[in-house]
Design a binder for this molecule. Structure first.
Ligand code: ZN
Length: 238
């Protein structure tokens, strides 16, 4: 086991090992090669790299790191991303581009509205995998301005059956953020986007049995940010 796992209880270790083993079986040689989580860069260092990358993106000074065959070929043997980014599926918010990062740098979970609450086992399990198996020290919930999922949640707040297929349940999962943001002064859409991120961060920080203990012992930070489509800037909010 590694330093990162030194503070884990035996029960957590067993759970983590079983979890990792299942994913190793399901995901094949990449997960096997990655092995158990070893300490990566600490969260503050990861945040600095992301901030500097976004500053390069905003200025049009991207360096597009780690995108050559010499970079991606070695990664066939295993991945060591530095952060989990939980972002929206929106085509305008690809994390690797916004943060000017390369192949293998970010473990990205994208779902419309960057929902955490009500998102179920697949979103939460992906985040937990990033912590347990890949050893990331930072989880960022990344919302964005003009989010269509948030707009739909506001529009259909009182008409929850209006949307077809599984779009309804997805949008309904944003309903608590819409209701909570209603009492805040200012723009309703911007407020709801922000509250949705804040609630996602809060839910992750308290999510047993993997994320919450990792946060409590200081191995992982969970933060929130909102990307501004018009400026290209990622602004921390939680
Ligand atoms: Zn969106």
């Amino acid at each position: 086991m590694t330093d990162r796992g030194a503070g884990l209880s035996r029960r957590e270790l067993v759970r983590g090992a079983a979890f990792a083993a299942g994913l190793t079986f399901a995901w094949g040689p990449v997960a096997r090669a990655a092995g158990p989580a070893a300490p990566g860069p600490p969260a503050d260092e990861v945040l600095r790299r992301l901030r500097e990358g976004n500053e390069r993106f905003v200025k049009g000074a991207t360096v597009s790191p780690r995108r050559t065959p010499e970079d991606f070929r070695p990664l066939a043997g295993g991945q060591r991303p530095m952060a989990v980014i939980v972002g929206c599926s929106d085509s305008r918010v690809p994390p690797e581009i916004l943060f000017d990062q390369g192949v293998g740098d970010l473990f990205v979970v994208r779902v419309a509205g960057n929902v955490i609450g009500g998102a179920g086992a697949f979103v939460k399990g992906s985040i937990e995998y990033g912590i347990v198996e890949l050893g990331v020290s930072l989880v960022m919930v990344l919302g964005h301005s003009e989010c269509g999922a948030i707009k739909a949640a506001i529009k259909h707040l009182d008409d929850r059956d209006a949307l077809p297929g599984s779009i309804g349940p997805l949008v309904n999962s944003i309903r608590p953020a819409v209701l909570k943001a209603k009492s805040r002064p200012g723009d309703q859409l911007d407020n709801t986007i922000r509250v949705n991120v804040e609630m996602g961060v809060g839910q992750l920080r308290n999510l047993p049995p993997i994320v919450a203990p990792a946060v409590q012992r200081g191995a992982v930070k969970v933060v929130g940010a909102v990307y501004d489509l018009s400026t290209g800037s990622v602004n921390p909010i939680a």
